[in-house]
Write a protein that binds this ligand. Structure first.
Ligand SMILES: [Zn+2]
Length: 416
């Protein structure tokens, strides 16, 4: 084990509510407490991950199992662990970067309706947009689905479609709103995968043909452009810049895997091959794809694992090892600012410690849980789910038996 001690995040944790903010023109999750209030009702810091790990309670499974359609489910999580990206922590960093950014301290907003909060009042609270929160849950959930699918021994055709959809999401759309797509403003992403996605998003924004195309056409055009640049050997200056963004060992595999998508706008029926419905939700037309053989399955799982590594690595890039002076001795520690970094750290540690991620086999549940490789047969997230499914099977068996009995009891008509 490389880690001498478990990591932790000192997150702000308050009591939260959800409401619409006219000044931000957004639905937000906002703490009732203020950070700088001298009253008792003050936003407090809480250490998370460290003690949860001792009780083997992984926060990442709790986070991915939040039901984002339910305000109660979201608030229950936030009231226990705080926000994945706390605005107060972001604020602290901005204050450090820009000491002139001071704001009015006179207003005390205790007990004020969310819709009446001014920018100054919001700045003192811990807030996050509801959409940003839900997208973070979807991102982690999709990551866990990707992990469990690429780990499966055999894929049926619906799992295969799921895996393809997840790959399209992580390769092209997962971080679409994280950049301004201005080369002077953006820091070019470090991980291969994100650079690839950045190049795609830039391509769509700069290419008038692609801008008004369907999502499937955008991807097809981009892959065509990648292949064209590769074949031309990146001679021209502009191609060289483009190629330096996308070139990696995985891009060849991606071009291979999605070769059925590569094409131009010539009405060949590919334009609606899949659609991007909402964040994290890519839907494929099932009948357009070729058969799933062993070779193709290995190919897609290989790309899937490369993508998985990159997504986790990208989440880990927000973590720094640090040296601390404790009394007279130095010891190593980890610096994690956001809860989200801790969630990626947990997934990283579970993966390197050979834990498997599973989705509960009760179709009415679908919760994620982690299971040791020594116990690979565990199918349900908890006793209650296992019990419920067993009961359901028992009821179905009895019903079937009763029906068979009924058939037997029917009088047989004897023909005269
Ligand atoms: Zn369950």
């Amino acid at each position: 084990m490389i880690f001498h001690k478990w990591f932790y995040v000192d997150n702000y944790v308050g009591t939260y509510e959800i409401g619409y903010s006219p000044v931000l023109n957004k639905e937000i999750i906002v703490s009732k407490e203020n950070v700088d209030s001298s009253s008792e009702n003050r936003l407090k810091r809480k250490r998370i991950f460290e003690n949860d790990a001792k009780n083997s309670e992984q926060i990442y499974t709790k986070f991915s199992n939040i039901s984002i359609e339910s305000e109660d489910s979201i608030l229950a999580y936030c009231n226990k662990y705080g926000l994945p990206y706390s605005s107060q922590i972001i604020e602290e960093k901005m204050l450090w970067a820009d000491p002139d950014d001071t704001f009015d301290n006179n207003t005390d907003a205790d007990g004020v309706n969310v819709s009446e909060l001014s920018i100054e009042q919001l700045k003192k609270k811990d807030i996050m947009t509801l959409k940003g929160f839900c997208n973070s849950v979807i991102l982690v959930r999709n990551l866990l689905r990707l992990q469990s699918l690429t780990d499966a021994k055999e894929l049926d055709s619906s799992q295969y479609m799921d895996l393809l959809s997840l790959l399209v999401f992580f390769l092209f759309f997962s971080h679409e709103n994280d950049f301004c797509y201005d080369p002077y403003e953006d820091n070019i992403p470090k991980s291969q995968l994100l650079r690839f996605q950045y190049a795609f998003q830039l391509f769509v924004r700069k290419n008038p043909l692609a801008r008004y195309a369907t999502t499937a056409e955008q991807v097809g055009l981009f892959l065509y452009h990648c292949q064209f640049t590769k074949e031309r050997g990146a001679e021209a200056a502009e191609s060289r810049h483009f190629w330096s963004l996308v070139n990696s060992k995985s891009v060849e595999n991606v071009l291979n895997l999605f070769s059925f998508l590569i094409g131009t706008l010539d009405g060949d029926g590919k334009e609606n091959l899949f659609s991007y419905c909402s964040y994290g939700n890519v839907k494929f037309e099932e009948d357009v794809l070729g058969e799933l053989n062993q070779e193709r399955q290995e190919e897609i799982c290989c790309v899937g694992k490369e993508v998985l590594c990159d997504v986790i690595n990208d989440g880990l890039s927000a973590i720094t090892p640090v040296l601390k002076l404790d009394g007279q001795s130095l010891h190593g520690d980890w610096e994690l600012n956001f809860q989200m970094a801790g969630i990626f750290m947990e997934i990283y540690m579970e993966t390197t410690n050979q834990f498997l991620v599973r989705q509960c086999a009760d179709p009415t549940c679908g919760n994620f849980f982690s299971v040791s490789r020594n116990r690979p047969n565990k199918m349900y997230c908890c006793e209650a789910c296992a019990h419920r499914v067993a009961k359901r099977k028992e009821r179905e068996r009895k019903k079937l038996q009763a029906e068979q009995l009924k058939v037997k009891k029917q009088p047989i008509k004897v023909q005269k």
